[in-house]
Design a binder for this molecule. Sequence first.
Ligand code: NAP
Length: 292
Amino acid sequence: MPDAHTKTLGLVGDPVEHSLSPLLHRLLIEALGLNCCYHAFRVQSRDLPAAVAGLRALGVMGVNVTIPHKEAIVPLLDAVAPEARALGAVNVVVNDGGRLVGANTDVVGISRALRRHGVSLEGKEAVVLGAGGAARAAVWAMAQEGARRIYVHARSAAKGEELVRGLTSSGLSAPVRALPWETRALDRSLARADVVVNATPVGMWPRHDESPLPPGLLCPGVVVFDLVYNPLRTPLVREAEKTGAHAIVGLDMFIFQGVEAMALWTGRRPTEEEELWPRLRARLSEELASYA
Ligand code: NAP
């Protein structure tokens, strides 16, 4: 039960009603025995400055930030961590004694999911589909994990080039190249890729019967990481499994980015994470299944 010492955490986005973050954070709060509560705040774009001022005034401990505010919130904060600055996107705000500091836990979420699956990027080639915020986090994570080369396929050539320019000028540690969204170009990159990341919303509810790739392009042995987490197993994940590829679902990234956000807010990370993990995964999967 909340009392006069209860700290507030939350999510700022629009819409927020179908977000899994409140459930994930409630489970983490329980597991860590914290006196915190987590609310989903639906904030329209025009109200974002007032909402940020409200977080400061009310002493909210921290929030997650989701679509459409991840970029727009950057100039409203007192400081932004280097990685979030490089990506131009904040998915976590920490209230550090009245100073609102932006961070990005999507990169570490991707890296930790890859490591948990025993996937090393050292010297490997990676393909990223899409050129939005999640694609930028994926490219940054792949480079940090030691990828030799990264190819970004974007349906908008301008956005692909902008991603390459932006991340390269922020000091990305691997060469990245933008390529067109065409079957021939995709086929060529996928034939040599070790890891493929879907950072488009294709396959996400309500387009849950679509795949971002034409059938037959995946090779056995490739790692396919679909960042989409609703549904749990997308058509791309199912095709990867059928092909003999190693599939990683977006829920794995989602859980890690949440665990890392909690650590930034409270300094606490579940020590029994290995045991907690299957419980989180099972409970969140059950929730996703209920959306279907
Ligand atoms: P975003 O900023 O809107 O970017 C989406 C990208 O996908 C854009 O480059 C967009 O191209 C491209 N795209 C959209 N529809 C496409 C289509 N039919 N064919 C080819 N490209 C298409 O979105 P985001 O924030 O990066 O999120 C992308 C996905 O990642 C979402 O499904 C989101 O739920 C997921 N995600 C998951 C996690 C997690 O924890 N698992 C975290 C973050 C995001 P245009 O720019 O041309 O529209």
